[in-house]
Design a protein around this ligand. Structure first.
Ligand code: SAM
Length: 213
């Protein structure tokens, strides 16, 4: 993703505390209190400009959504979408997913989405892939027993790598499509990257895996 310098972005995030949660670690084990209900919590890591998480929040008011994005200059676009949609069930966190277990308590999350994660193709960068085993360790800690991870990408190498990583970790494969847009899967919500890459003719891969119960 090309990052534009947006010196004003940090201040804008501070101006919308109803959507952007600052010091998210203070809400560890208290996220339901923040949302003011006991609805399930679904998170997306690498939420980018926020189309997926905002549309999901609009479509499913009985689920609480949290979008996590490392770059301030990117998440500020997700904030614009949240402001426009006026959804009460969406929060945004400007942080690196490396901090996940500082921010969420054991079993606090019901489902985790990874959409078009950076592929980090060089072997020496394997540990940065969001489907690497150290990330799966973190997901296992914050997800409920039997919690699910839903993953979409157009990158065949990353998809293959991730399926092996999931399998080595003992996750159960519940759904797989090797060509999502030509499958009978209903209710797909496109991400910004998904639209861009599918318009180029790239195939979209998707799977759902379940952590042990
Ligand atoms: N999911 C969006 C989509 O499909 O349009 C964005 C995809 S973009 C290729 C990947 C995004 O993940 C980038 O915005 C990047 O900053 C973010 N990201 C990558 N690693 C991350 C991490 N460890 N923690 C938080 N965000 C991360």
């Amino acid at each position: 993703m090309r990052l534009r310098n947006k010196p004003w972005a940090k201040e804008k995030l501070l101006n919308y505390p109803q959507f952007v949660v600052h010091h998210p670690e203070t809400w560890k084990e208290k996220w339901h209190d923040l949302f003011g209900n006991n609805h399930p919590i679904h998170i997306e890591i690498g939420t980018g400009k926020g189309r997926f998480i905002t549309e999901m929040a609009k479509a499913n008011p009985e689920i609480n959504y949290i979008g996590i994005e490392a770059y301030t200059s990117v998440i500020v676009s997700a904030l614009d979408r949240a402001i426009e949609a006026e959804v009460p069930n969406l929060k945004l966190l400007n942080m690196n997913a490396q901090k996940l277990i500082d921010v969420f308590g054991p079993g606090e999350i019901d489902r985790l989405y990874l959409n078009f994660s950076d592929p980090w193709p060089k072997n020496k960068h394997e540990k940065r892939r969001l489907t690497y085993k150290s990330f799966l360790d973190m997901y296992a800690k914050v997800l409920v027993s039997g919690g699910e991870l839903h993953f979409k990408t157009d990158n065949q190498a990353l998809f293959e790598y991730s399926l092996i990583s999931f399998s080595e970790y003992g996750l159960k494969l519940k759904y797989i499509s090797l060509d999502l847009h030509n499958s009978d899967f209903q209710g797909n919500i496109m991400t910004e990257y998904e639209e861009k890459f599918s318009q180029k003719g790239n195939r979209i891969y998707r799977c759902e895996v379940q952590f042990p119960t």
